[in-house]
Design a protein around this ligand. Structure first.
Ligand code: G3P
Ligand code: CA
Length: 353
């Protein structure tokens, strides 16, 4: 979809990689919150399925490595098991990434835990890697770093069951009202706008991002051309080609107050190009390259703000393997008073349903 010139002229404004977005100025509106970032509008690194260029995707190996590479967010592609537990896995079948075959939702969590999600990667240090329930991803990396953030993709609305289970889990864990799309511990994403509407219905304050490659219907085409989306979408996530082929797309979204995250960007050259076009976040399989690119530009969160530990126990001991159902057990978190991030209110050992 090519925007018309007149729409572009009305929709577009200037915005640098770390500058304030050009939004209409309302003298009565309060000043933007002070997040304590080093720049007004930092660009963030999102580990796509973990550091998935270097370790098998969606395993603790890949997430540990991503945190070591100092990311701002970890991704989880969220699917339900047969017994309705949310697990992090991209494909709807286990065929590509495990030693078994079949639909993810045809296996219970206990059955998936028997499978090997590492050997396919071809590096024997990862043989035997386990499936990761989303709740274990949350608890593990929040224990390591209460500032860690999670970009969670629902693949389809399928009646809204996955969205409801995720919203219920985040409510139980105290992770709903933890910020906006720039600060929330959890940000939901989907290619399916119905899924995002479901999320907002179950958890109105949970921020959302809409993924797309090319506009697939009239609604998406309209959002793409004008930069203006519906209330149930906070951020937009066009793929990298959509942005590099349309130099004003980011400023159109920024002008309407939407952050822009893009995917999946794995070369330094393309990272630099997209950062200079002003995107707010990049999904990458190579978080080490993206860290360097953002740091060289000076446009990211500070190392102190990200708060990622360098010395931590790999493999999430104490958390890995403990979830048994969509009721946990898992830790309960709460907001830090007047600060960003969360703190543990109740560890799982004390958790009562
Ligand atoms: O969610 C961003 C990006 O991951 C979308 O593509 O297919 O890798 O989930 P996919
Ligand atoms: Ca994804």
């Amino acid at each position: 979809m090519v925007p018309t010139l007149s729409l572009l002229l009305t929709a577009c404004g200037g915005s640098g990689p770390s500058g304030e977005k050009d939004q209409p100025v309302d003298p009565a509106s309060p000043p933007p919150p002070d997040y304590g970032f080093q720049v007004a509008d930092p660009q963030i690194s999102i580990a796509h399925r973990g550091a998935s260029a270097y370790a098998p995707e969606h395993t603790f190996f890949a997430y540990d490595l991503a945190m070591e590479m100092d990311v701002d967010m970890l991704e989880c592609d969220a699917l339900l098991t047969e017994d309705e537990v949310v697990v992090c896995i991209h494909d709807t079948t286990v065929d590509r990434t495990s030693n078994e075959s079949g639909e993810v939702n045809s296996f219970t969590l206990a059955e998936l835990r028997e499978q090997d999600f590492g050997t396919w990667f071809g590096d024997e240090q990862y043989n035997g890697a386990k499936i990761v329930p989303f709740e274990e991803q949350l608890d593990c990396y929040l224990r390591h770093n209460p500032r860690m953030r999670f970009h969670v993709e629902t693949k389809d609305s399928a009646g809204g069951l996955a969205e409801q289970i995720i919203a219920d889990m985040l409510t139980r864990k105290g992770l709903i009202n933890t910020g906006d799309e720039r600060t929330s511990t959890v940000l939901m994403q989907s290619f399916d706008k119905d899924s995002l509407q479901n999320i907002k219905a179950f958890a109105p304050t949970l921020p959302t991002a809409f993924l797309y490659a090319v506009p697939t219907d009239a609604d998406v085409a309209q959002w793409h051309i004008t930069g203006q989306g519906p209330d149930y979408i906070d951020a937009f996530a066009p793929n990298s080609a959509a942005i590099t082929s349309d130099a004003t797309l980011v400023t159109r979204y920024h002008a309407a107050g939407h952050d822009v995250h893009t995917w999946t960007v794995n070369t330094r050259e393309q990272m630099d190009q997209l950062l200079n076009l002003g995107v707010d976040g990049i999904f990458t399989n190579n978080p080490d390259l993206l860290r360097e690119a953002i740091d060289d530009l000076g446009s990211g969160t500070t190392k102190a703000y990200r708060n990622n530990p360098t010395d931590f126990e790999r493999g999430c001991p104490g958390v890995a393997g403990r979830v048994t159902s969509n009721q946990g057990p898992g830790d309960v978190w709460q907001n830090l008073d007047g600060q960003l991030g969360v703190t543990m209110a109740t560890p799982a050992a004390d958790f009562t349903q």
